[in-house]
Ligand binder design. Structure first.
Ligand code: NZQ
Ligand code: ZN
Length: 383
């Protein structure tokens, strides 16, 4: 077992009536609120009006609309400038991972006098201060509501980079599974693939052997597989949506890291795809993950044992090949996600060029170290 410190300061509200507590929870943090949201789903569902209604007695509300999926630095700059111009006290994210990540970067960008991209690229300045952030989650996926990380894209430099800092942990997050009833089929499926990947990235570690965490991760992965299938058939199934939603938060909130020093394997590869092709994050992971598993087993047969364990626990399979096949069936048949980059609408990929960019600061030191050649091979198998 490795040493670690586990400290999540985010208060989590879960359930049908949780939004009613939003105003009270935010009161101590100020009175001028910037509500940040995406391309319009919160308007269509009426959620934005409901939230404004909850806040109208105690807050002056400002809005920043149009955060894109794979949020762009231009939106962060707009948001940070607005916070400064209007003396905003609180940032309230209402949306999925993209809106929450953008809100984190805005909350930090509002407190500095340099370009917020400098948190990410170039000098990679530390996030030392941020406006208080609250989130209302509308989609089960990234778990950003319970982490201090935010992934932002820069289309000028064609980079998609993650950055974290304690000050951007949400003060409180509000999870009402009913808000996810309207998530379209494809986004629901991509979100489930992302949650599963977050757990897998922690489950396949060589520097941690933690029986309790492995069993907890298996339970979360089983939860994702069982409940994703249900919500695709019954989008308004509260129990299934709720299970997915809470699984999403726990998949990435640091508990499963267990003090590991290893980085994740599939996420850095996917971020290059979404930087270049604006690909949906969970879809990219669904295409990459089975290829990564095969690459690991071929390169280092010692990894087979853990893949066998994974398959047995999550899908009831009996060997490592069946485990990969069961995962593929889940991703491509049950969730209905595209199984190749071509089927996802991405052609003429240059695997070697992408691999060079992914490994420009060195290899990915994940479950197996992945150098440029390894990443090229995995990406070529995705075509
Ligand atoms: O923009 P709107 O109109 O709101 O529509 C969104 C968007 O088009 C829609 N949607 C969300 N909730 C909905 C809804 N539509 C109807 N009803 C609802 N209730 O879904 C679409 C996708 O939303 P998005 O926020 O982009 O999805 P997701 O939550 O998967 O976030 C993806 C982003 O998070 C990053 C990804 O790389 C990507 O940029 N990640 C963030 C992480 C983190 N902060 O720790 C870790 C992850 O691994 C990931 O990298
Ligand atoms: Zn992810």
């Amino acid at each position: 077992m490795n040493d670690f410190v586990y400290h999540i300061p985010t208060k989590m509200y879960f359930g049908r009536d949780c939004l009613g507590k939003l105003s009270n929870e935010m009161k101590g943090s100020g009175s001028r609120v910037l509500i940040v949201y995406g391309g319009g789903s919160v308007r269509r569902t009426g959620l934005l009006d409901r939230i404004k209604d909850y806040l109208k007695d105690d807050f002056t509300v400002f809005e920043l609309a149009g955060i894109e999926p794979n949020p762009k630095i231009g939106s962060i700059r707009r948001g940070a400038d607005l916070c400064k111009a209007e003396n905003i006290d609180i940032v309230l994210a209402v949306g999925g991972g993209s809106v929450i990540d953008a809100s984190k970067a805005i909350a930090a960008g509002a407190c500095v006098d340099f370009d917020p991209w400098e948190f990410y690229g170039g000098p990679r300045r530390p996030i030392e201060k941020a406006l208080p952030l609250y989130t209302v989650v509308t989609m089960a996926s990234t778990g950003s509501e319970m982490t201090c990380g935010a992934v932002i894209s820069n289309d000028e430099t064609c980079e998609k980079l993650g950055r974290g800092g304690f000050p951007v942990f949400p003060r409180a997050s509000f999870l009402d599974p009913q808000l996810t009833f309207s998530v379209p089929r494809f986004q629901t499926a991509a979100g489930a693939a992302d949650i599963l990947s977050h757990v897998m990235e922690s489950y396949f570690k060589k520097d941690v052997d933690f029986f309790m965490l492995d069993r907890m991760m298996e339970a979360v992965m089983k939860t994702v597989v069982a409940n994703a299938k249900i919500v695709l058939e019954e989008p308004e199934n509260y129990e299934a949506r709720g299970n997915l939603m809470w699984a999403a938060s726990w998949a990435i909130n640091g508990l499963f890291g267990g003090g590991s020093r290893q980085v994740w394997s599939c996420h850095p590869i996917e971020h290059e795809l979404s930087a270049r092709y604006d690909m949906t994050h969970g879809l990219g992971l669904a295409i990459i993950t089975p290829r990564w598993m095969r690459y690991c087993m071929k390169t280092d047969p010692d990894t087979k044992q853990k893949f066998r364990e994974f398959g047995a626990a999550v899908f009831g399979t009996s060997d490592e090949d069946e485990a990969v096949a069961a995962l593929e069936k889940f991703l491509y048949e049950d969730l209905g996600l595209a199984s190749t980059l071509k089927d996802a609408g991405i052609e003429n990929t240059d695997a070697a060029d992408m691999a060079a960019s992914i490994c420009k600061k060195g290899k990915i030191n994940g479950y197996l170290p992945l150098d440029e050649k390894a990443v090229t091979e995995i990406l070529e198998a995705c075509v």
